[in-house]
Design a protein around this ligand. Structure first.
Ligand SMILES: [Zn+2]
Length: 391
């Protein structure tokens, strides 16, 4: 046992001793937490799967805001990597969980359905770390997700016995919006008789998709108010433009306006449509994510709760292939060397400016770095904080 494991064991034993014997998932958190007064953090997942070449490497970048505006204002690590080892995959769900937990792990889908990526983290996410240390409500620890990756709806908390559902984050997505619409339609008496019974069953089934949540409430007054204003703005169909990552950016900006999250992760994804075989889906997707990043950055400068007190952390979930023998060299991200090569950028108060750190660093360092920015411990993260960010 090394020193780190030993210290983790001590911390775990101490925390376990303070838990009431009857603790269950439905109990309130067992400790008094401080108010959070540190910087907000926005984690921008520059996904799904982008290479350095089209983003931070060349002047012919498809993400000029990232490379030419934002990077010179912060600390850029152009050589962040996802480690190469058995069980470590270069894909969206895995990369997102490596970022969120600071630990490489072999994840297995728990549903058995193809492309499901329904993974469960075994060690706490940064959201749990923040909420265990500070009195931050669920609706101020947010993950913004696209609607066609339902598996990622379940990354809001880990299965760790000292963390978990007490400290979960809230997910904002069109999927959650549809749940809100169904819930309110039932409450407003829109359905009768057999249809009402069917709709109630459907709602119960959807709300219980995460069996780990037990009887934790599916919504909150703050979230209901948020979705009400969203439905007023975008109509109740859920099918009004914008779509894809532009929709995620709008959801995130609305959340900054109305919920004021302290920690928010936005899981952009548009470049991944290149899986369907059209080269321009990738490069256009990179540009869309770049524009969404600018949209979030501009919003943070316009909102008093965020101006001069928000750190942006930008990191891809994974890279993409570089295969010269196929028509679209970067169509997939099949664990090739290029799919392991990503980057990291932090910008904001307390972060050094105009610094490029050329050493190779690991994606699992992101969680501990976020923990250090927000001053909460990350004892289960295996990557160390990126020291040069704070110099
Ligand atoms: Zn993909």
């Amino acid at each position: 046992m090394n020193r780190r494991d030993f210290l983790q064991g001590l911390a775990a034993a101490g925390a376990a001793a303070s838990l009431p014997i009857s603790a269950s998932a439905a109990d309130p958190p067992p400790r008094v937490r401080r108010a959070y007064t540190g910087p907000n953090v926005v984690i921008v997942r520059f996904g799904g799967g982008v290479r350095r070449r089209e983003t931070i490497e060349s002047d012919e970048t498809y993400s000029p805001f990232l490379k030419k505006f934002l990077a010179p204002r912060g600390v850029l690590y152009p050589r962040m990597e996802i480690a190469s080892a058995p069980g470590i995959k270069t894909s969206h769900g895995e990369g997102t969980l490596y970022i969120l937990t600071g630990k490489y792990d072999e994840y297995k889908d728990i549903t058995g359905r193809p492309f499901s990526e329904r993974f469960e983290a075994k060690v706490p996410t940064v959201f749990e770390g923040l909420r265990k240390e500070y009195d931050v409500p669920e609706h101020q620890a947010l993950i913004v997700n696209c609607e066609d990756r339902i598996g990622e709806e379940f990354y809001s908390f880990s299965n760790h016995h000292l963390f978990g559902v007490h400290y979960r984050s809230t997910v904002l997505s069109l999927y959650r919006f549809k749940l809100y619409l169904l819930r309110t339609a039932i409450a407003d008496g829109k359905y009768r008789g057999a249809e009402l019974i069917a709709k109630r069953n459907e709602l119960t089934k959807l709300e219980n998709l995460d069996y780990r949540a037990h009887d934790a409430t599916a919504t909150s007054p703050e979230l209901d108010r948020f979705w009400r204003s969203w439905s007023d703005y975008y109509g109740r169909s859920g099918f009004v433009n914008p779509r894809g990552d532009r929709l995620l950016a709008e959801l995130a900006v609305e959340a900054m306006r109305r919920l004021e999250p302290k920690l928010m992760m936005v899981n952009f994804n548009d470049p991944d449509y290149v899986h369907w075989g059209n080269k321009s889906h990738y490069t256009r997707g990179v540009t869309i994510v770049d524009e969404c990043l600018r949209r979030l950055f501009d919003a943070s400068n316009a909102l008093p709760a965020y101006r001069d007190r928000t750190v942006f952390v930008v990191v891809p979930d994974c890279g993409r292939d570089d295969n010269p023998f196929v028509a679209v060299p970067y169509q997939h991200h099949f664990n090739t060397p290029s799919a392991h090569k990503i980057f990291f950028l932090a910008v904001g108060p307390g972060i050094d400016r105009g610094r490029v750190v050329e050493k190779q660093v690991e994606q699992i360092s992101v969680a501990a770095t976020v923990g250090k920015i927000m001053n909460f411990p990350t004892p289960y993260a295996e990557g160390s904080p990126l020291a040069e960010v704070f110099a």
